[in-house]
Design a protein. Structure first.
Lengths: 268, 140
């Protein structure tokens, strides 16, 4: 059964998580600074050929990963230039090949787009991040293989439905990512945000993808709908307000910083 | 060798930055708040100031503006590890308000060396395009 997400209490929770993340991210950067710099300084005092060099290099590598993670934490609560813009949802979906994991195993991918361009008001790189996170989640839900379907469409949300999504009525571009994976029970669906905090603790991305997705979509004044049943798969629909403006230069007119961040995401 | 004043409310960071600057051959004075930083600045007349953007007692931007008013020629490098504004926004604000350069935390010894070198080499004149080192944010 589909239900809007990212509005009301969930939006408040995302904002609260964002505020905590912001504080934690800031403090973490100070701690990481100490760990990385002290390992650099210690390496200066270790004679060449000493195995401690490798140990210190390992520490610095781990710090680099932590720095990438912290950047993503900070991104949850910060609105910057990369949140703004107009992007063609169809071109994002057309480029999904760059976003999906290289080894998909027995997962087939089908994309279906509306004709022409589908301009929505959101940062191009952010929308790519959203699609990347959703695809990653979908693939993880299909460990034994399955079908991943990515589609775009448009919809007009009238007053009543828009109110239930806590968005302004109007025209929306819809990005749908559907998998045939494990799905979620209603209980699990209700605890999507707890998952951000408590599950996947052994995985590198720590469930941040979903929280990032909600944060990005809320900042774009859009909404998310999640439909899921155990053993039948999950469908996530992301609604983003359409724009009459043409998309930016292939939707890729992003600053260097954003490109760097994107590269970190790919590594994760 | 130069005399560097570091202003940051994080004691562990202060300790590490002091060791980094010593490793680079500089004399160091540390201060753990904006207020203390201004007092130390007047007392030791450093060649360059490193100041953190987020501090509870008179934040870094405010401290930087006061330093700028007192000694406009002293190079100031603004540091930020992110917070409620994105790291990029803070650093850009700092540049507009007169920071000579910016460093995003966590920065490496090499990045610190380069930033100091660039600023100390041009001490007394404001560069047209400030140096920006360290990792770029996420919006962070």
């Amino acid at each position: 059964v589909g239900s809007p997400a990212g509005g009301g209490a969930e939006a408040d929770l995302v904002e609260a998580i964002g505020r905590v993340a912001s504080r934690v991210g800031h403090d973490f950067n100070n701690m990481l600074m100490v760990i990385r710099s002290e390992s650099e300084l210690a390496a200066l005092d270790v004679p060449a050929g000493n195995p401690a060099h490798e140990a210190l290099a390992n520490v610095r590598q781990a710090v680099d990963r932590a720095v990438a993670f912290t950047s993503r934490l900070l991104a949850l609560n910060t609105q910057g230039a990369s949140d703004n813009g107009v992007v063609d949802l169809n071109s994002v979906v057309a480029g999904v090949g760059e976003l999906v994991p290289k080894d998909l195993g027995r997962i087939s991918v089908v994309t279906e787009r509306t004709q022409g361009t589908l301009s929505v008001r959101a940062g191009p790189e952010k929308v790519r991040d959203v699609l990347r996170h959703l695809v990653q989640n979908a693939c993880e839900a299909m460990p034994s293989g399955g079908s991943l379907r990515i589609t775009t469409s448009t919809i007009h949300l009238g007053r009543t439905r828009a109110a239930s999504y806590q968005v302004a009525p109007g025209s929306f571009g819809v990005l749908t990512v559907a998998d045939t994976g494990e799905g979620m029970s209603q209980e699990a669906r209700a605890r999507l945000f707890e998952a951000f905090l408590t599950t996947k603790s052994q995985r590198e991305h720590l469930g941040l993808g979903l929280a990032t997705t909600f944060a990005v979509v809320r900042r774009a004044e859009g909404a998310i709908e999640v439909e899921s049943e155990p053993a039948r798969g999950t469908t996530v629909r992301v609604y983003l307000p359409t724009s009459s403006e043409p998309p930016g230069e292939d939707g890729r007119a992003v600053e260097g910083a954003t490109r760097a961040e994107s590269a970190q995401h790919r590594r994760l | 060798m130069a005399h560097i004043l570091v202003i940051d409310d994080d004691d562990a960071f202060l300790n590490t930055s002091e060791r980094m600057l010593h490793a680079l051959g500089h004399e160091v004075t540390i201060a753990s708040s904006g207020h203390e930083g201004l007092l130390r600045f007047r007392a030791v007349s450093p060649d360059l100031v490193l100041v953190d953007a987020y501090m509870p007692d008179g934040d870094g931007i405010e401290t930087m503006a006061q330093l700028e008013a007192e000694a406009p020629a002293i190079p100031v490098i603004l540091m930020s590890g992110g917070g409620f504004l994105s790291r990029r926004e803070v650093l850009e604000l700092g540049r507009r308000l007169g920071a000579f350069a910016t460093l995003g935390k966590p920065f490496t010894l090499d990045q610190l060396r380069e930033a100091l070198h660039a600023e100390l080499a041009g001490a007394g004149r404001r560069p047209d395009g400030p140096v920006d080192s360290g990792p770029r944010p996420t919006q962070g």
